[in-house]
Design a protein around this ligand. Structure first.
Ligand code: FES
Ligand code: FES
Length: 155
């Protein structure tokens, strides 16, 4: 039995420790925000935050996350309030098909946590998730917008 905390809720999963975290989230806990894309840590569709840092959950055995907090895109909204990154994604109509966007937003959240005012180059370096719909320009715009909105709230 593996214990894990996802989006602030404690769970137990009766799975083998080597099962990828993505499988546990989607198929055991029914948390469908993280998506399967490549399965080899390349595309980022399966991105979740592990103690605030983005990881590719298709390539993390669930046993490796004991004691750590997992955040999926479902955990960004708090008490009905969208995270500034989610709001910026909406305001700037970032998604096309949407498949990659949960992972994109989580990567952006992690970037803004350690770099509240990223440059274009910082964004391009951090946002390594692949988008087959080519929304990269709007992602960059939305990250700047989320940074500005977070800063205005702090001011
Ligand atoms: S499915 Fe995990 S990185 Fe592509
Ligand atoms: S919005 Fe379609 S893959 Fe990114």
């Amino acid at each position: 039995m593996i214990k894990l905390t996802v989006n602030g809720r404690a769970h137990e999963a009766d799975v083998e420790g080597e099962m990828p975290l993505l499988w546990v989230l989607r198929d055991v806990l029914d948390i469908k925000g993280p998506k399967f894309g490549c399965g080899i840590a390349q595309c980022g569709a399966c991105t979740v935050l592990l103690d605030g840092a983005p990881v590719r959950s298709c390539s993390v055995p669930v046993a490796a996350i004991a004691g750590k907090k997992v955040t999926t895109v479902e955990g960004l909204e708090v008490n009905g309030h969208l995270h500034p990154v989610q709001q910026a994604w909406l305001d700037h109509e970032v998604p096309q098909c949407g498949y990659c966007q949960g992972g994109q937003m989580l990567t952006a959240v992690a970037l803004l946590r350690h770099n509240p005012k990223p440059s274009d180059a910082d964004i391009d370096a951090a946002m390594t998730n692949i988008c087959r719909c080519g929304t990269y320009a709007r992602i960059r715009t939305a990250v700047h917008a989320a940074a500005a909105s977070s800063q205005s709230k702090r001011a």
